[in-house]
Design a binder for this molecule. Structure first.
Ligand SMILES: CCCCCCCC/C=C\CCCCCCCC(=O)SCCNC(=O)CCNC(=O)[C@H](O)C(C)(C)COP(=O)(O)OP(=O)(O)OC[C@H]1O[C@@H](n2cnc3c(N)ncnc32)[C@H](O)[C@@H]1OP(=O)(O)O
Length: 193
């Protein structure tokens, strides 16, 4: 399958600066911890995506999504919404860990190019493409069963930087305390519950 169906709109869609990887960002080879134990993407959640990620060279973060029977839409195939979820996680983790700026997804586009069968693992390579003020643009390819397998899904997203109060005001007032229960998060984000 060719890439003829992929969008031709420019990306990032606005003028951006190159992303500045934070001086304290984890370096190549570092396996990233779950960012929050109750996260559907990376946490310890029944039938969650159980994704895990490793920092690669040149600002790329590699994530894996093992697709199980719990993730089906059509019989035997991954649900498209859960594939989008996997990319939200992979892109968000890339932005959060490399730039160390708390950000939420503003927009997420996905191109589903090939079916993703139950039993396969999606190997996602994500990077930050540019930054314009609070707007952070990131994109990723998802390969079937190996880092150089056929590309099954592509995604690009806009993440918008927020203050840490975004999570306590809009979500759980104890959000910072809960985040701080993942030890690496406490150090990353200067959280003092
Ligand atoms: C407690 C500690 C935390 C620690 C963090 C740990 C990190 C760990 C590391 C990593 C793990 C991360 C892994 C997670 C992965 C999953 C992420 C998610 O699922 S996030 C949930 C889904 N997303 C939402 O719930 C957002 C809901 N939306 C909002 O809250 C607001 O709309 C928000 C914040 C996105 C923007 O609202 P405004 O009022 O602050 O700002 P405005 O002015 O509206 O937007 C800012 C700029 O962005 C553009 N913008 C916003 N949304 C846009 C859109 N959909 N399309 C195009 N542009 C958009 C606007 O046009 C504006 O641009 P102009 O500055 O004017 O140039």
């Amino acid at each position: 399958m060719s890439d003829k169906r992929l969008p031709v709109t420019p990306w990032p869609p606005v003028r951006t600066e190159p992303p500045l990887v934070h001086a304290d960002a984890p370096g190549p080879g570092v396996k990233l911890e779950m960012h929050y134990v109750e996260c559907f993407g990376c946490g310890d959640v029944d039938n969650g995506l159980h994704m895990h990620s490793t920092v690669g060279e040149a600002g790329v973060v590699y994530s894996q999504f093992p697709v199980t029977a719990a993730h089906q839409g059509a019989p035997g195939l991954a649900h498209g919404g859960l594939l989008a979820c996997a990319f939200d996680e992979a892109l968000g983790s890339t932005v959060g860990n490399l730039l160390r700026r708390p950000a939420v997804t503003g927009k997420l586009e996905t191109d589903f190019l090939r079916p993703v069968p139950v039993g396969t693992t999606l190997f996602i390579a994500a990077k930050v493409d540019g930054v314009a003020g609070r707007k952070i643009y990131a994109s990723a390819d998802g390969h079937l069963d190996s880092a150089d397998g056929a590309v099954a899904v592509r995604a690009r997203g806009l993440f918008v930087q927020v203050g840490l109060d975004h999570f306590t005001r809009n979500g759980d007032p104890d959000a910072l305390k809960k985040f701080s229960q993942t030890p690496s998060r406490r150090a990353d984000w200067d959280i003092n519950p």
